[in-house]
Write a protein that binds this ligand. Structure first.
Ligand SMILES: [Zn+2]
Length: 339
C-alpha cells in the first residue's frame, strides 16, 4: 500500500501489537451490527418470492403503517386483483411487478417497490394469520398464504412505493453498476473515476448496486486492500483483484444462502453472518492469517478489516476516521445503506 493512501496510520507490529490493541477494546462477548440486507440477501428474497407468489393473484394489499407508503398515486388498492408477473431487485430494494388489474382505467402494470432498510423483513404466513400491531407494516394476501412485511424496533424506516410504469421505477434507480455482471472495464471506469476511498465507493448506490457495509468489508478483505485506499491509486493488478473479489464474495454468498434456504422462505435474513471473514468480527482471528480483526467506529457505523491481510500490519486510527469523514462517510447507518 502507498503511504499517502493509508492516512498515515500508526505503524505497529503485525500480529502481537494488533493483538494487544484488540484485547484492550474487544467486547467480552460477540456482537452483531445492524445492517441492511444487501445483494445476496435480497437475491434470496427475490428467488423466494418468485417461488411463493410468482403468477399468483394478489387479492388484497393491506397497509397497517401510515409511515410505509412513500408514493401518492396510484392508490395501493389498485394492486388488488392483479397477478404477480415478476420479482426484481433494484439496488437493495425489491420490486413486485403486477400485471393488468380487473378494473378499467387503471394502469396495465403496477410496480410495488419495497425497501427493507435495516429491520424490515418478509414473512410467509398462512392465509388469515393475525397481524402484529407493533411490527407488521403490510400484508399481501394471496389465495394460498399471506406475505407479511414486518419491521422490528420503534424506528420505522421500511418504505413502499406504488408506481404506475417502468419509467417511474427507473426514475428511482440510483444507477449503480451491477457487480455480478459488469465488465472489468466498466468496473475500472467507475472506481478510478470516483475520488472516494474504496470503502465508500463500493457502498455508494450510484456507483455500485446492492453493496452495503457488510459485504464491502468482506470484498475488501478478499481483495487484500485497505478500506482507505482509493480507486485512482490502484495498480491494474489490484483493480483486477478487487473486481474478482467483488464477484467471488457476492457469488459465494448467494450460493451459500441458497443452500441454507432450500425451497423454503428465507428466515434468517441478516447481513451479519457467522461465516463472514471480517464483518462483525472485531477482535476475533482473521480466517486467513489469524491476526485479530480491527475496526473503525463512527456513531452507529463500523467497518472491519484485517491489519495483516489489508494494511501491511498497521492499525488504522484517528487519521483513518478523519479520512472517512472527508469522504462523506455517513454518521447514520441508514444514510450509508440508502437504496
Ligand atoms: Zn488476515
Amino acid at each position: 500500500m502507498r503511504a499517502e493512501n493509508a492516512g498515515r496510520p500508526e505503524p505497529v507490529g503485525p500480529a502481537q501489537d494488533a493483538g494487544r490493541a484488540a484485547r484492550t477494546e474487544a467486547p467480552a462477548h460477540g456482537y452483531s451490527l445492524p445492517v441492511v440486507p444487501e445483494l445476496p440477501d435480497v437475491t434470496l428474497y427475490v428467488e423466494a418470492l418468485e417461488r411463493f407468489v410468482g403468477g399468483r393473484e394478489l387479492r388484497d394489499l393491506r397497509l397497517r403503517s401510515v409511515f410505509l407508503l412513500r408514493s401518492v398515486k396510484p392508490a395501493p388498492k389498485q394492486a388488488n386483483g392483479r397477478r404477480v408477473r415478476g420479482v426484481e431487485r433494484l439496488g437493495k430494494r425489491l420490486v413486485l411487478v403486477l400485471g393488468p388489474g380487473p378494473r378499467a382505467g387503471e394502469p396495465d402494470e403496477l410496480f410495488l417497490l419495497i425497501h427493507l432498510m435495516i429491520a424490515g423483513r418478509f414473512q410467509w404466513r398462512t392465509s388469515g394469520a393475525p397481524l402484529n400491531r407493533r411490527t407488521d407494516l403490510a400484508a399481501f394476501d394471496f389465495e394460498h398464504g399471506t406475505l407479511v412485511l414486518t419491521e422490528a424496533g420503534t424506528k420505522k424506516r421500511a418504505a413502499l412505493h406504488v408506481l404506475a410504469s417502468r419509467a417511474e421505477l427507473a426514475a428511482l434507480a440510483r444507477g449503480g453498476l451491477e457487480p455480478l455482471t459488469c465488465s472489468f472495464e466498466e468496473f475500472k471506469e467507475r472506481l478510478v473515476g470516483a475520488p472516494h476511498t474504496l470503502k465508500r465507493a463500493l457502498t455508494m448506490p450510484d456507483l455500485f448496486s446492492g453493496i452495503g457495509n457488510a459485504y464491502s468489508d468482506e470484498i475488501l478483505h478478499r481483495a487484500r486492500l485497505s478500506p482507505l485506499q482509493r480507486g485512482r491509486n490502484l495498480s491494474e493488478e489490484e483493480l483486477v483483484r478487487l473486481h474478482a473479489a467483488l464477484r467471488e464474495v457476492l457469488g459465494e454468498w448467494i450460493e451459500r444462502l441458497r443452500r441454507e434456504t432450500g425451497a423454503g422462505f428465507p428466515v434468517k435474513v441478516t447481513a451479519f453472518r457467522p461465516g463472514m471473514a471480517v464483518h462483525g468480527r472485531f477482535g476475533q482471528p482473521c480466517p486467513v492469517c489469524a491476526a485479530p480483526i480491527q475496526r473503525i467506529v463512527r456513531a452507529e457505523n463500523e467497518l472491519n478489516y484485517c491489519p495483516r491481510c489489508q494494511t501491511d500490519g498497521r492499525i488504522l486510527r484517528d487519521r483513518a476516521l478523519s479520512q472517512l469523514l472527508k469522504d462523506d462517510w455517513p454518521e447514520r447507518l441508514d444514510e450509508l445503506e440508502d437504496e
